[in-house]
Design a protein around this ligand. Sequence first.
Ligand code: COA
Length: 195
Amino acid sequence: MNEADPMAGARPALRPRVLVEQLTEFTADDLNALCEAANAAIIDGGGFGWVNPPEIGQLASYFRGVLLVPEREFFVGRLDGVIVASAQLVLPPRNNEAQRFSATLTHSFTAPYARGHGIGRAIVRRVEDRARMLHRYVINLDVRETQEAAIRLYESMGYERWGIHPAYARVRGQNVRGFFYCKVLARRGRAPAEG
Ligand SMILES: CC(C)(COP(=O)(O)OP(=O)(O)OC[C@H]1O[C@@H](n2cnc3c(N)ncnc32)[C@H](O)[C@@H]1OP(=O)(O)O)[C@@H](O)C(=O)NCCC(=O)NCCS
């Protein structure tokens, strides 16, 4: 029993507050928290391409650079206000008129210490909403076959696996296959004219 507060055990445990938002600039605290989260995700084995964690300064430069790329939109997930997750929505380059209806969800991760609170799912929903706003009605993504939580998450949200890349990644000397997914988003409001 908690002697300072005898009623503590009778109250429901407070659920941490989950918030997802799009970011266009970083505060120093946000960037530090993001780098810490990314570093932990990389060490855990799910680090958007990185197998070994880079220097924190290199991660910080990478994330600052992401915000400068016109075709990339950057999303973060916060747990009680602290950044613990991120994902990117990548639009095709401007010359790619034929694929203007689509976008790619990539580099999605939640720090291992913040998983299971619904942040991963909330980020995907937020990214899909943003894609709809931009009249992007097909989302593409790919994932290593070993990322079971991500695979379950995407399949539960209606992503269809259309292909398998036999030599997608090389992790600690092992060949890892890649699963390729797409999802056609239901349209809200008026759809753009199709070519
Ligand atoms: C995939 C990932 C982003 C999910 O983040 P999260 O914040 O824990 O996600 P959620 O809490 O919203 O859980 C979403 C779903 O993931 C799946 N999931 C979560 N933890 C899981 C686990 N330990 N094992 C299997 N599936 C799991 C479940 O289907 C869960 O759905 P549910 O809540 O209906 O049970 C996170 O596990 C991660 O960062 N993995 C490593 C990086 C990665 O694989 N990124 C994707 C690359 S494209």
